[in-house]
Design a protein around this ligand. Sequence first.
Ligand SMILES: [Zn+2]
Length: 444
Amino acid sequence: MEVAEAAEPMPALATADATARVPAIAATAVAVAVMEAAVATERWDGLLQGATLATLDAANGYGQIENGALAWKDGVLAYVGARADLPGDADTLANELFECAGLVTPGLVDCHTHAVFAGNRAHEFEMRLQGATYEDIARAGGGILSTVRAVRGASEADLFDASAPRVAALLRDGVTTLEIKSGYGLDFDNERKMLRVARQLGKHFGIDVRTTYLAAHALPPEFSGDADGYIDAAIGWLPRLHAEGLVDAVDAFCEGIGFSPAQTRRMFNAARALGLPVKLHADQLSDLGGAALASGYGGLSADHIEHTSEAGVMAMRDAGTVAVLLPGAFHVLRETRLPPLDLLRAHAVPMAVASDCNPGTSPLLSLRHAMQLACTHFRLTPEEALRGATTHGARALGLQDRGVLRVGLRADFVHWRVRQPAELCYWLGGGLADGVYAGGVQRA
Ligand SMILES: [Zn+2]
């Protein structure tokens, strides 16, 4: 792509597939166009034209527009449509004009990550390859608790420095909205530290980070044998963290090796008392009725759900709860039990796809790669996977102002070096994003 009439060159957008500058036109036509533009748009901040748009602004299909144009002003999309239908000459319509081939999609929304942590668990990866299971490792005091030790031992600055490269990697592959959970601190100060770092990462990278309080992730050693006592303590920390503006939602790990449905309900009641939405790690390793439990609280999402029953799927449908599919953990753990995809489709439950970026079961640094895994393992179509990582990912975070390319929504979009939407799920790795924009500002 070549920048025409741009105030500043944007090197990341300079590619070999550039087309020519917009040809000069007659002065009178320019004057007319300028007047029209002044009336219609008061000059947009930016206008990108020539690419194929996958707007997803349609009930089915990609909402594809060939030779499209996309404009933004003050961080919001101001034009989405065919280049031929622009209300005047492109040169006069915007302060910056980008001529490009390739594909433009909404910015990707990664609605389930544990991207803030210290250390890593590569040694457990080796143990698993020697035969240990996830549950073996957890019961032996490894797993989540080894990351808890590393997080507790890290200063806030160290935790930021350890986590920033992961967020940078997700951003480089198209993520403009990122959910990050706490859950490796498991006491007030360390849960707070994690949530503060998550907020700082959003500011640092200029993307929207949504924070989720996941103190009910694992039982810390100081509460060994007293899960109810721990839940009481974690419920007590929540109002203070919420008062500091650190909590957007509340989550729990409802599982035999996590917390019981009754303990999960107590945490959710505390969230509801504060007006906070809930989501749940549900039915990953066994069916404890987690999806139905989350739906009973009007949950934003039920996540994993490999073991969810049809009753659980129907509860999700009735509550409008999104099914968040996490194929990274499925892949790494070499699980065989698939989420109930046919039931989700039959009951029209929206399906999101997320990276689940975490040190134990899904050290995955690309949401686009998660989309690929969702197609390979779960047989999602590339269209379902793209919608899952945009429109439905946004819905799983309770966000209605993004996830689709539509005038009036946030100017979060990605310019990819591919021509067809299916290529986003077809290529494994490789870094396909040419420009990643959040709120109309290029961030990668
Ligand atoms: Zn998770």
